[in-house]
Design a protein around this ligand. Structure first.
Ligand code: 6PG
Length: 471
């Protein structure tokens, strides 16, 4: 009896994804270089599901029905190439290899070509939802090879999260679009996490809220229009006690953020293809800055004159921060989605934006009820270049804008760092300005470098011999 699917890489994500596939009635074989992991696999499986752990690649490959459908869940980069090098000689024409890790999209393009030359299908597929999502229903972002996608589709639809009975998976576009969409998902994830952390900082430093009060605020936010996975887990974090100190765990965690690179890739990409996504950029660089803890400590002593004035009305302060966070989150999605629009043209991905927001509504880290509103916007107008241009969305924006401004102003006046909030507002103000002062920048460029400029009153490219007024 042959197995329907194979999973390579039995770490937390791989194992959970494998069990999820098995829970949905498919038989699955797993392989890991670590024989221990392969051996333990069967014990963790749900009763009556068909799961087999293998510790040799040959056994693994020959256990699979053809065309083989193999899912890789190994760390991005060299490990993926290492697996491919070992496994491709064992495969037959028509077999399918799906990379479900956070691989860089250009690596995926290279691998697609490489495997195609051997008659093999290779797909990049984003999977979001952490360990729990992988097991119970992630959001799945496949792209590339349509023939392979169609073969996998029924399985993907059954293991994915569901919203209103619809699976949170869809074809994300050609070539490496699946990885690209997941990369941008992560960039947006960075931005929203940054914004939430700033709201937290304003609430604890400005309004002096303790963790119990913060829990209540986030609980209330999560019960309304701000309902989302990241708000929900933040709520819970404020209730987690620390077994070592009996205080709250969050207060014992060192303020240095880690990052595996997908956020940075998103920013690099945006720079590369000319899209402005400053909230994501600032979220990436904030994590970098956070690592300079020693310097921050010295600088904070050197410039220690910050004085925080408590807001006059705590309740309306909290409400304003909530609205500011909601709007800044919306604008972060807008930036990420605008990157997808440009990338779709640039790389001929043909990314269906409507399906992207549809499948982000459930299972993934950035799922939120706000995405329902985006889904209706794209349903009406699938070609929106920026979600901020949608009429209904603009009404939401207008209703929250004052709060974003007053929250930003409060942070500025009180010296509470709020890179994400300030940047988001700055982006919004620039994006919604008809005449930017860059006419002056163009004049300067032409002045010192003869870089030329365009005019507002006639066609063409112009250069002027600018006159110095020295003497
Ligand atoms: C997900 C997450 C997941 C992840 C990344 C980013 O969608 O399930 O985005 O892929 O947490 O590894 O993590 P870093 O913060 O370490 O870059």
């Amino acid at each position: 009896e042959k197995y329907n699917y194979g999973v390579i890489g039995l770490g937390v994500m791989g194992r959970n994804l494998l069990y999820n596939i098995a829970d949905n009635g498919f038989s699955v074989a797993g392989f890991d270089l670590d024989a221990e992991k392969a051996r333990e696999l069967e014990q963790g499986a749900t009763q009556n599901t068909v799961v087999k752990g293998t510790a040799s690649l040959e056994d693994f490959v020959s256990a699979l029905e053809t065309p083989r459908k193999i899912i890789l869940m190994v760390p991005a980069g060299k490990p993926v190439d290492a697996v491919l090098e070992n496994i491709t000689p064992l495969l037959n024409k028509g077999d399918i290899v799906v990379d479900a890790g956070n691989s860089y999209f250009k690596d995926t393009e290279r691998r697609i070509a490489d495997l195609a030359s051997k008659g093999l299908h290779f797909m990049g597929m984003g999977v979001s939802g952490g360990e729990k999502g992988a097991r119970t229903g992630p959001s799945i972002m496949p792209g590339g090879d349509l023939e392979a996608f169609n073969l996998l589709k029924p399985m993907l639809e059954s293991i994915a999260a569901k919203v209103d009975g619809e699976a949170c998976t869809a074809y994300m576009g050609k070539s490496s679009a699946g990885n690209y969409v997941k990369m941008v998902h992560n960039g947006i994830e960075y931005a929203i996490m940054q914004l939430i952390s700033e709201a937290y900082d304003l609430l604890r430093k400005g309004a002096n809220l303790n963790n119990d009060q913060l829990y209540e605020v986030f609980k209330e936010w999560n019960n309304g229009e701000m309902n989302s996975f990241l708000i929900e887990i933040t709520r819970d974090i404020f209730q987690q006690k620390d077994s070592l100190t009996n205080g709250y765990l969050v207060d014992q965690i060192l303020d240095k953020a880690g990052a595996k690179g997908t956020g940075k890739w998103t920013s690099e990409q945006a720079m590369e293809i000319g899209v402005s996504i400053p909230t994501i950029d600032i979220a990436v660089t904030s994590r970098i800055l956070s690592a300079y803890k020693d310097e921050r400590m010295k600088a904070s002593q050197l410039y220690s004159e910050k004085q925080i004035t408590a807001p006059e009305n705590i309740e309306s302060f909290i409400k304003e921060i909530g609205d500011a966070l909601y709007l800044a989150t919306l604008i972060s999605y807008a930036q990420g989605l605008s990157l997808l629009v440009k990338a779709s043209e640039e790389y001929a991905f043909d990314i269906p934006l409507k399906d992207v927001v549809k499948i982000w509504r459930g299972g993934c880290i950035i799922r939120s009820v706000l995405l329902e509103k985006f889904y209706s916007a794209y349903t009406q107008n699938p070609d929106l270049s920026n979600i901020l241009l949608d009429k209904d969305i603009s009404e939401i924006v207008k209703s929250k804008l004052k709060s974003l401004r007053s929250t930003a102003a409060y942070a500025v006046h009180n010296g509470i760092s709020s890179l994400g909030i300030q940047t988001t507002l700055g982006y919004f103000d620039a994006y919604t300005t008809e005449s930017l002062p860059v006419n002056l920048i163009q004049a300067q460029r032409d002045y010192f470098g003869a870089h030329t400029y365009q005019r507002i009153d006639r066609e063409g490219v112009f250069h002027t011999s600018w006159k110095s007024t020295n003497n």
